[in-house]
Design a protein around this ligand. Sequence first.
Ligand SMILES: Nc1ncnc2c1ncn2[C@@H]1O[C@H](COP(=O)(O)OP(=O)(O)O)[C@@H](O)[C@H]1O
Ligand SMILES: [Mg+2]
Length: 381
Amino acid sequence: MNRAGDVDGARRRSGRIGDGDGSERPIIEIRGVTKRFAAGDPAVDSVDLEIPEGELFALLGPSGCGKTTLLRMLAGFETPTSGEIRLDGSDVAGVPPNRRPVNMVFQSYAVFPHMSVFDNVAYGLKVTGVPTPERRARVLEALGLVRLDGLEARRPDQLSGGQRQRVALARALVKRPRVLLLDEPLSALDAKLREAMRIELVNLQDTIGITFIFVTHDQDEALSMADRIAVMEHGRVRQVADPATLYEYPSCRFVADFIGKMNLFEATVRACRAGELELDVPGLGALRIPHGEPAHGNIGIAVRPEKIRLNESRPDAPFAFEATVEDFAYYGSETHLYLVTAEGMRFAATIRNTARSPARIERGTRRFVSWTPSDTLVLAE
Ligand SMILES: Nc1ncnc2c1ncn2[C@@H]1O[C@H](COP(=O)(O)OP(=O)(O)O)[C@@H](O)[C@H]1O
Ligand SMILES: [Mg+2]
């Protein structure tokens, strides 16, 4: 399902997002947008984003970082304090929500409990005066898209959580927006359903081809669904990239730590030569790592748990640290290990259980921790 480099992802990108001539205008342009509710830190702070048509774009960040506020400004429910939002090339300042080419599915996907599924979906068309025959055709089409055919007569309380979610989606899609905004669309569903709905949402977006922008605080959701992700912290966008770039090349300590699990150490650059950094890492000692760009002063270095190798004896590697297993968690397909060195340096390591009876690991097991030096991330910020 992770489409970072798969055939399907490649097809999606080459098929719809630009053809390389660079002439396509992004459907959404956000320029220097700030939203300040009261004195103090702004909820959204100087955000710049461009989102091309047909993209499945995620806004990811911890609770309170400004995701919903940014989405509500796109929808027209909030006004930016400063900055400009352009939808399909036009500045939308002063344009009310119902006149924008966007539609929003709210976090608590409100459906009318006393109305049938059909009437729930038809409601938005009714109030804008779409004539009955067209209304009926469009409602049935929207229900087909979300696979609720045949359930038109049901009331929301006769539906499962996942089906109610799809009613909310159909209500937004029936208006045929150019952009669908989804605020934590899966957060109300239980874990199994959430996973199934991830795939459904991605397939739905693929089918109808419109731009989806969805908000989530769940990194797995963002990584597995999005074409590109903007990671937010305190109202600011810290990095915008495709899932694999974000995971393998985070731009700063915050993104490195927020996305997935990470071993993060503070280090000082001792020397910076052609293609190599000589580092002093308190607790680990002198480390030499390949690095293309110049770096100096205090930096962070990081390595993902699954890049860590564990050996019973000292490996023939540029560096290795003897450590003891302090804790572990067995997940069937993989085991997460937490190790500590005599100096108190901690490592998280993930091992894949590719053999049916792997080497026994328990608390107190000693291992040498190492990794390929080029797997070390250098984080200046
Ligand atoms: N209507 C509002 N009035 C005052 N403060 C608000 C309002 N809406 C959001 N905020 C504040 O703005 C910040 C960002 O909120 P929000 O956009 O809801 O974050 P997220 O969706 O990322 O959890 C929070 O500190 C929140 O308390
Ligand atoms: Mg929110």
